[in-house]
Design a protein around this ligand. Structure first.
Ligand SMILES: Cc1ncc(COP(=O)(O)O)c(C=O)c1O
Length: 475
């Protein structure tokens, strides 16, 4: 029977039946997250700009999802990748071979923690890094005691740690979890996020707020039995799920102390907020609260290669090296020289060109401009973030903080308007900001090479777009 659009048969060597993406002019053979999306086609990039096939120059104010931290088309990184490829090494299995560039990257990463972390485990994506972090944490206890009772993780609502089943189980992102709930691990338990805008009572001090969070985590340990808990997992600055919600001063330390009092580990997910995004190489360096295990990704190689990593402290490494001497985990595409060389060059550029100073300076200017242009807007509930990582949360009512009906898709409307001519700017929209279902925000996460003029441009366009979108909708 010949294949038709309806019988779904597909003969070898033949293109499958045409699948027409609604509203798009051409047939697409690509299945992406949104089947009915119609994305601008990008043909090239330079610095903060992407050039689209229809001839527009689009300012990349989100760098994807906080990835392209050096902007696009960086010659140093491109040359490093070209040189690495010209060695003739296409692939090296990390189980068989060593590589100087991989070693040098790991040394660079440990040095970036001032030696407070001990080893690096390389992976190909953030989700894989979180899977590895969870397994490493379990193995830390298993090495000492094959009958260990430690099986539980405590993570947070309003968090995102990745889309593989383990990482999704740890996540608190309601929409991304919902279809897969029956698959998700039953040994993950959630406490509330640390969201000052939504949770702090009027006049409540940092200390009082943090004490409440500490009491909640302590109660969760007691409920589960402290001897059953492997680790507490948190993003120091929550990215996609909440829109750049930073930890309240004192929070990380309080959480770490509870974990350590109970012999459990602290795992920080810095896949989005790490590698300089908040103005320090690691967000935890803001308060010098060293995690036992940390996941990094996204900005690590600035998108020039897919690479992420798990950093671990000396005590975690020692448990493995004094025990079985192996990490019972691994994948085909990890620790490849081509991935490592891109990450190494990116990290060298960030260090040698002192880009974190620029992140701090332009981040402070961005905060000032956003607050001055949008702070009084009736539908802007909160502007929060750190470094070059800023979230704007939208509300229907500024006094009650009531969100918009999710059916109205306000965050998407902001992106749609921003990315259209004449604005030509990409921002990162998010929903479920309040309770996983309701709530809208956008994230601004420009590259570390932005100038003051760029920040003026970003904040003016974003402010105009927000005024246009919200001034034209009935309350
Ligand atoms: C905090 C955090 N953790 C984990 C992940 C998963 O990373 P990846 O998409 O590279 O698998 C993400 C991605 O958005 C993230 O923001």
């Amino acid at each position: 029977m010949p294949p038709t659009a309806t019988n779904g048969l597909h003969l070898p060597g033949q293109l499958s039946p045409a699948i027409t993406v609604k509203d798009s002019k051409e047939t697409s053979f690509r299945l992406d997250r949104r089947l009915h999306g119609d994305y601008p086609i990008v043909v090239s990039g330079k610095g903060n700009h992407l050039l689209s096939k229809d001839g527009r120059t689009i300012f990349d104010a989100s760098t994807g999802a906080a990835v392209s931290c050096l902007g696009h088309g960086d010659e140093r990184v491109i040359n490093a990748i070209r040189d690495q490829l010209s060695t003739g090494i296409s692939y090296l299995a990390s189980t068989f071979w060593g590589s100087d560039v991989v070693e040098t990257l790991c040394k660079e990463l440990i040095s970036g923690t001032d030696g407070k972390m001990a080893r690096v485990y390389l992976t190909g994506s953030g989700s894989e890094a979180m899977e590895a972090a969870a397994k490493l944490a379990r193995q830390y206890f298993y090495e000492n005691d094959k009958k260990t009772l430690r099986k539980n993780f405590i993570a947070r609502e309003g968090s995102y740690h990745g889309n593989t089943l383990g990482a999704l189980s740890i996540s608190g992102h309601v929409a991304r979890r919902s279809p897969y709930l029956p698959f998700l691990m039953g040994n993950v338990h959630h406490v509330s996020s640390c969201n000052a805008y939504r949770q702090r009572k009027q006049g409540e001090s940092d200390e009082a707020f943090v004490a409440k969070k500490a009491a909640e985590l302590e109660a969760k340990f007691q409920e589960l039995g402290p001897e059953t808990v492997i680790a507490f997992v948190a993003e120091p600055v929550v990215g996609a799920a909440l829109g750049c919600v930073p930890y309240v001063p004192g929070y990380l330390k309080a959480m770490r102390d509870i974990c350590h009092n109970h012999g459990a580990l602290l795992i920080l997910d810095e896949i989005m907020c790490g590698m300089g995004r908040t103005g320090t190489l690691h967000a935890w360096q803001g308060e010098d609260v060293v995690p036992d295990i940390e996941a990094i990704g996204k900005g690590l190689a600035a998108g020039y290669q897919p690479i992420a990593a798990v950093l671990m402290s000396e005590k975690v490494v020692r448990a493995l090296s004094d025990g079985s001497g192996q990490f019972v985990h691994g994948q085909t595409f990890q620790g490849m020289p081509i991935q490592a060389c891109a990450a190494l060059e990116v990290q060298r550029i960030v260090r040698e060109e002192k880009l974190l100073e620029n992140v701090k300076a332009q981040g402070a200017y961005m905060e000032e401009r956003l607050k001055s242009l949008l702070g009084n807007h009736p539908n802007v509930g909160d502007i929060r973030g750190k470094g070059l990582f800023w979230g704007i949360e939208f509300v229907r009512d500024k006094n009650t903080k009531e969100p918009f009906d999710p059916k109205r898709g306000m965050a998407q409307k902001v992106l749609d308007r921003a990315i259209s001519p004449p604005n030509d700017m990409c921002v990162y929209p998010g929903t479920g900001t309040v309770d996983g279902v309701c709530g809208d925000h956008i994230i601004l996460a420009p590259s570390y090479i932005v100038t003051k003029d760029d920040i003026d441009h970003i904040t003016e366009v974003v402010s105009d777009v927000i005024h246009e979108v919200f001034d034209s909708v009935p309350g």
